[in-house]
Design a protein around this ligand. Structure first.
Ligand SMILES: Cc1ncc(COP(=O)(O)O)c(C=O)c1O
Length: 395
């Protein structure tokens, strides 16, 4: 096996993040002697598991300004988003069958909305400007008395655009009866989140994007002012107050609890530090190379996101040229799909620019030395490809 030192430098934090050793340490007992079922309250094994789950509920709640009873455990943010969208829609279908979202949302939000359309619902998808922003006025105009849900992500997973969640939630609540859901998967740990102050009714998070385990997530569901009614999408033993049946993933939940606590506590220190490294990465690329185009907003973006197009360079070719760096092409929204990214397409920047875009996602562990090495390898890779091909001009 290759040593860690020989492995590529990992800079793909929007896809997943490494498990924090403190999270691993907290989880380990729950793979061993603490194997109880958190629903088995009649003996010590179960009660100890339940206590661990309760502790994690408090940690996740505190990270977003919620109360523990407002946290529903899920198998990840795909399930959290599905439960939010379908759960709200199906609980309120008699009130109105209209949902508002944005074209750049994650498929975990967009695809359940397609399902609602098949069931006769109307879905408004707000467009974005070339830097990834929606127009709050367009949101206001889209709202009607029949709007049941508005779902707008806090931070985009491809170009890192930050939506002004507090302002958007306020508009929604002032002008409609709709509930406001936000997918905060990429935002937690990078920007402050407070469901009370931000006016959020439902919020999705995922363990593996915050240095926690894969296969576990949570959905915040507001209980007061207003009480959010949700129709369960999975039936069985009535766990999670009947909202999400299924034996709880105790080790995963324990890990998510610690991960959320660390993410929220570290945010104020991590965001500026990693933001400065990200800025210096861009500065090095721009200094050494011509025609480096930033995709998305220069400032209102995640501190760890850098999505750039190298004009004339095919992103897939570049990845082959830089084996020492683990990043993603910006053009494929997931490795499961080779279609051009719906996000880059929605920015209206053209296919050639999408095909030449690379997404760097810095982790909170990233060092100056790693950033320098990544910049050097990318610069060399881009130069090699441009020298081989000559610069194409169609981007
Ligand atoms: C913004 C966003 N929402 C939802 C998801 C899905 O999360 P999970 O992998 O936990 O299902 C992702 C993962 O890529 C994401 O980036």
């Amino acid at each position: 096996m290759r040593s860690r030192r020989d492995r590529p430098i990992y800079m793909d934090a929007h896809a997943t993040t490494p498990l924090d050793p403190r999270v691993l340490a907290a989880m380990l007992p729950f793979f061993g002697e603490e194997f109880g079922n958190a629903a088995s309250r009649n003996h010590e094994y179960g009660r100890r598991a339940e206590a661990a789950v309760d502790r994690a509920r408090g940690q996740v709640a505190a990270a977003i300004g919620a109360s523990p009873k407002e946290i529903v455990w899920t198998s990840g943010a795909t399930e959290s988003d599905n439960l939010a969208v379908l759960g709200v829609a199906r609980a309120h279908r008699e009130r109105g069958q209209h949902v508002v979202t944005c074209v750049t949302e994650h498929p975990a939000v967009l695809d359940p909305l397609l399902q609602l359309e098949r069931e006769g619902w109307e879905v408004t998808r707000l467009r974005v400007s070339p830097d990834g922003h929606l127009d709050p006025e367009e949101l206001r105009l889209a709202l009607t008395a029949q709007t049941t849900l508005v779902s707008i992500m806090a931070a985009n997973n491809e170009v890192g655009t930050l939506h002004p969640i507090r302002e958007l939630a306020r508009i929604v609540h002032e002008h409609s009866p709709a509930l406001f859901h936000t997918d905060a998967v990429q935002a937690l740990g990078w920007i402050p989140l407070d469901v009370q102050e931000d006016g959020i009714d439902l919020l999705s998070i995922s363990g593996h994007k915050i240095y926690g385990p894969k296969g576990v997530g949570a959905l915040f569901v507001r209980r007061r002012r207003p009480t959010v009614r949700l129709a369960p999408q999975q039936f069985g033993g009535g766990h999670e107050r009947g909202l999400r049946s299924g034996t709880l993933n105790v080790p995963g939940i324990v890990g998510l609890g610690v991960a959320a606590e660390l993410a929220a506590q570290g945010q104020a220190d991590v965001a500026p530090r990693i933001g400065a490294l990200r800025d210096s990465l861009l500065a090095m690329l721009e200094r050494e190379l011509d025609q480096v185009l930033l995709n998305g907003d220069a400032t209102r973006r995640l501190p760890n996101n850098l999505n750039v197009s190298f004009v004339g360079v095919d992103a897939e070719d570049l990845l082959n040229e830089i084996p020492g760096v683990a990043v993603s092409t910006g053009a494929a929204c997931s490795s499961a799909s080779l279609d051009p990214s719906h996000v880059i397409t929605a920015l209206g920047l053209g296919e050639a620019r999408a095909a030449s875009s690379i997404r760097f996602g810095l982790t909170r562990l990233q060092t100056r030395e790693e950033v320098d090495r990544v910049a050097a390898e990318v610069v060399a890779g881009v130069r090699a490809l441009r020298n081989a091909d000559g610069i194409r001009s169609e981007c």
